[in-house]
Design a protein around this ligand. Structure first.
Ligand SMILES: Nc1ncnc2c1ncn2[C@@H]1O[C@H](COP(=O)(O)OP(=O)(O)OP(=O)(O)O)[C@@H](O)[C@H]1O
Length: 267
């Protein structure tokens, strides 16, 4: 049972964004999608959830072809957390309840309501339950959007920079919660990220986009400073601090010492 993507390509009109993207993920793991601004991270996630239609490629989840799945069924299997949510008129409770929509035929069941309550409590959002979602801070709203995705009980969770508006404590809380859910429910998460340290902490696999191609797809342990330098155009060292890998950008002198003059020049 896996999430399997093969030879995916997409362009806006005649402008290609990426081509030849392919990877395979087992259940119970998190894949961080990384790359510079404009590399195509959001576009890739939108292709996976069919907001955008790739020009070619295969997308299969646990043996099912996601490109041909009816929309309602798709939303039972895949949840998507966009980079920003539009105007929010509903209460926080009702916004999270929307995540149950693919399962509700007429009115929400007791199970639906209980699940929303539980998620609000575990995400520390219960005190905001009756507030209009539109009146929340950016970070609070981001947590509500993630709570709605979890209420969907997906097999595949796609998140576009889910911690971009969150303070340090909430970044850790949200990513820890995501890791817990991914591990305990055996789902697969594909998460676009800018924070490399957060990625090293929470992603089992890295997908690095660079200049319209997939620079690398590998496990966290296989990521090298050279891969990061190629993608971000910046020499880095990977250090271990208290059991975690930390990315340290190098100045030109440190880079020369670490990599030798020819590699630094090659930039
Ligand atoms: N609707 C659109 N029409 C045309 N081009 C677009 C559209 N949306 C995005 N692009 C372009 O596609 C490329 C990839 O954009 P995308 O938003 O996927 O990048 P990203 O890696 O998520 O960037 P960021 O890290 O800044 O969020 C960029 O060059 C962007 O300008």
């Amino acid at each position: 049972m896996t999430f399997f993507v093969q030879d995916l390509s997409f362009g806006y009109g005649s402008d290609p964004v990426f081509s030849g993207v392919g990877f395979e993920l087992p259940p119970g793991c998190v894949c961080g999608v990384l790359g510079v601004n404009g590399a195509g991270k959001s576009t890739l996630l939108k292709c996976l959830i069919r907001i955008l239609t790739p020009s070619c490629g295969e997308v299969h989840l646990n043996g099912r072809d996601l490109r041909r799945m009816p929309r309602r069924q798709l939303s039972r299997h895949v949840a998507y957390v966009p980079q920003s949510s539009g105007a929010q008129l509903l209460s926080v409770f009702d916004t999270v309840l929307l995540g149950r929509k693919p399962y509700i035929t007429w009115a929400p069941s007791r199970k639906d309501l209980a699940m929303v309550e539980k998620i609000l409590v575990t995400m520390h959002l219960d005190h905001l339950a009756l507030r209009p979602a539109g009146s929340l801070s950016g970070g609070e709203l981001q947590k509500v959007t993630i709570a709605r995705a979890l209420a969907q009980e997906p097999e595949l969770l796609l998140m576009d920079e889910p911690t971009s508006s969150l303070d340090l404590k909430n970044q850790m809380a949200v990513m820890d919660r995501m890791s817990e859910v991914v591990a305990s429910q055996g789902l697969t998460a594909v998460v676009s990220m800018h924070d490399l340290n957060l990625a090293f902490r929470h992603a089992d696999y890295f997908l690095l986009l660079n200049n319209g191609t997939m620079e690398a797809f590998c496990s966290r342990d296989e990521v090298t400073p050279e891969m990061i330098r190629k993608v971000y155009g910046l020499p880095v060292a990977l250090e271990r601090v208290r059991g975690h890998t930390v990315v340290v950008p190098l100045d030109s002198h440190q880079a020369t010492v670490a990599m030798g003059p020819s590699l630094v020049k090659a930039g």
